[in-house]
Design a protein around this ligand. Structure first.
Ligand SMILES: [Zn+2]
Length: 99
């Protein structure tokens, strides 16, 4: 048997971008949509015990992604695979062209 009662619960209604401070829900019009840069460093890492979580609005996310692509381009300049993976860097699901 389930026993129920009414309780007040905190609900996330918006997530602010940690870079620019903008709302990621268009000030509550939609559910928050954001990118997340997350890391938990453990034993063996110079950052052992540190956790990071950076929320990014759509604009800051794609600016960050462009910066990472640029860094990757620099690391793979002389590699053929670097150019192949460039367009979909980080994309695991999304638009596909209809043939
Ligand atoms: Zn932002």
């Amino acid at each position: 048997m389930k026993v129920t009662s009414k309780q007040l619960v905190d609900v996330v209604t918006d997530v602010l971008c940690d870079v620019c401070g903008e709302s990621t829900s268009q000030d509550g019009q939609y559910s928050p949509q954001f990118g997340l840069l997350h890391a938990e460093w453990g034993y063996g890492s110079p950052h052992d015990g540190e956790s990071y979580q950076v929320h990014l609005c759509e604009g800051c996310f794609f600016t960050t992604l462009a910066s990472l692509k640029e860094q990757r381009r620099g690391n793979t300049t002389f590699s053929e695979k670097g150019a192949e993976l460039e367009e979909e860097f980080g994309l695991i699901e999304g638009h596909q062209e209809i043939l």
